[in-house]
Design a protein around this ligand. Structure first.
Ligand code: HEM
Length: 473
């Protein structure tokens, strides 16, 4: 099936990398009719994926409480996935995601009360001045319709595509079959669009579950019928779910801990790289285990089954092996089974860092000696998935925070895991396979703290139009 690019929001296909200045604005509606009037004005301005290099970009996403506030038909609201309807902070889900203790939502800056946030407006621009103008225009527009600014999250890219600990990020992305069909992707596996965007077939050769609208609902003609349920219109088509987590990073704590575990600076960097699974320049440990190799900074065509089943090069519990174990999952008995199992739990990452860098150069040698400046910094982690539970929640629960992942006993993801010792469960260790004796780091504090978060529906453009114009009340 051809991709309907002009019906998809641009972020579905690209990261708007040519627009490095961005602002994420979280808003709350106050009046139903005023909000609809606001959306009628805003929706035609939303950037679609057919526009390859927009001058600025506007993207929108709604929480469940936002859609409920707009009084979409009860049937439609009920057809969204349970995870989306219940929200990220539902009490059971806090345990699934590891949002307990230091990560608990009652301490979050936003999202702890899911009814407080209705709309996420993402604004992208080429420079600070253009972004300032865009933000002012959009906040003025919103407030004139009684739409209240709740939280404003400036966000920006760091030197050399780094995240705040000093490692190159955003290297590994799932290749989408429909997008690369004419390109030579070597041995790299590709994945169907339906894993990330609704309206297309997924790995089960099915259409991803999608919210629906009855054909009788006023305004539904703007949508297309769902291919499996021709009596219903497909509100999800060309849209998806968007996970947003604001993750504060404790850079000084991270490097102080590593220095305390190492005799030399080089050893501290090597230990940190073992935690990530790549060297600071991005080169993967599985390909260059003893020293970074800048020629491999973009390398992503590798697996673990043939190259490193014991984790001697890249620890089984490293961040990249937990979040994407590729072709080696210790619970599976073959490379093929592993790859097929793991493929069902991928996500399309779209996040960007926020806050000033601790060292402008973003070199780890500078970050390691920088003094604490008391400023908040971190990652606005964003990913797109068609199935919140099978993709994002599964990874958080079974791989990131599971203390027995990969045969370990007391480890969680060393970068983003929730590290604690409680009721005989210990998760603050990190095992580094080595010959003849493995190494184990202990008493790791949390290096990352969740500061806010929510699940959003990231609609296609026709769905945006339906939401803005629905008037069944
Ligand atoms: C502050 C928080 C985080 C930091 C500092 C961080 C850092 C990194 C770095 C440096 C990489 C290597 C670059 C790459 O392979 O593209 C990476 C990869 C990755 N991260 Fe994170 N990350 C964070 C949060 C998360 C979260 C919350 C998730 C999802 C649960 C996640 C999922 C992934 C995935 C799927 C990969 C690619 C792994 C692969 O395909 O090999 N990350 N991250």
């Amino acid at each position: 099936m051809e991709l309907e690019l002009t019906d998809m929001q641009g972020l579905a296909i690209r990261g708007h990398g040519h627009l490095p200045h961005a602002h994420y604005v979280l808003m709350r509606f106050t009046g139903v009719q005023e909000t609809k009037a606001y959306l009628k004005e805003l929706m035609p301005l939303v950037t679609h994926a057919g526009d390859k290099a927009p001058e600025v970009a506007r993207q929108v996403a709604f929480t469940y409480s936002g859609l409920a506030f707009l009084q979409l038909p009860a049937f439609t609201l009920g057809s969204f996935s349970r995870e989306f309807r219940e929200g990220m902070t539902e009490s059971h889900r806090q345990f699934i995601l590891g949002d307990t203790g230091e990560h608990a939502p009652n301490d979050w800056a936003w999202g702890g009360d899911p009814s407080d946030i209705h709309l996420l407006l993402m604004l992208f621009a080429p420079n600070d001045e253009a972004l300032g103008q865009l933000v002012t225009t959009e906040l003025t527009r919103a407030s004139s319709f009684g739409v209240i600014l709740r939280i404003s999250l400036p966000t920006g890219m760091l030197h050399d595509q780094k995240e705040h600990f000093g490692f190159r990020d955003d290297i590994s992305r799932p290749l989408i079959t429909e997008l690369v069909k004419s390109k030579d992707t070597g041995n790299a596996p590709t994945y169907p669009m339906g894993e990330f965007i609704m309206g297309y077939k997924n790995l089960y050769d099915e259409y991803a579950p999608s919210p629906l609208v009855s054909k009788d609902s006023p305004g539904s003609q703007v949508l297309l019928p769902h291919p499996d349920y021709p009596d219903f219109m497909d509100l999800g088509r060309n849209g998806t779910y968007l996970v947003f987590r604001q993750m504060q990073q404790e850079v000084v704590r991270f490097w102080d801990y590593l220095k305390s575990q190492a005799q030399t600076t080089d050893e501290a960097i090597a230990l940190a790289s073992k935690m990530v699974g790549r060297w600071p320049d991005g080169s993967p440990l599985v390909r260059c285990p003893f020293a970074s190799d800048p020629s491999l900074a973009e390398e992503n065509d590798f697996g673990y089954w043939e190259e490193d089943r014991s984790g001697l090069k890249c620890p089984l519990g490293s961040h990249i092996r937990r979040t994407n174990p590729r072709d080696h999952l210790v619970t599976e008995t073959s490379q093929k089974d592993s790859a097929e199992m793991v493929a069902k739990h991928l996500m399309l990452r779209k996040g960007r860092p926020y806050g000033e860098p601790l060292a402008e150069t973003m070199e780890v040698s500078d970050l390691m000696i920088a003094q604490e400046d008391g400023k908040e910094r971190g990652l606005h982690f964003i990913c797109l998935v068609t199935d919140l539970r099978r993709q994002f929640e599964f990874v958080q629960n079974n791989w990131v925070n599971f203390h027995k992942f990969g045969g370990s006993e007391q480890d969680a993801d060393p970068i983003i895991g929730n590290h604690y010792q409680k009721d005989q469960v210990i998760t603050d260790r990190f095992s580094i396979p080595a010959y003849p004796i493995r190494r184990r780091l202990e008493n790791m504090p949390n290096f990352v703290k969740v500061r806010g978060g929510a699940y959003f529906f990231f609609p296609g453009l026709k769905a945006c139009q339906f939401i803005a114009n629905y008037d069944g009340i």
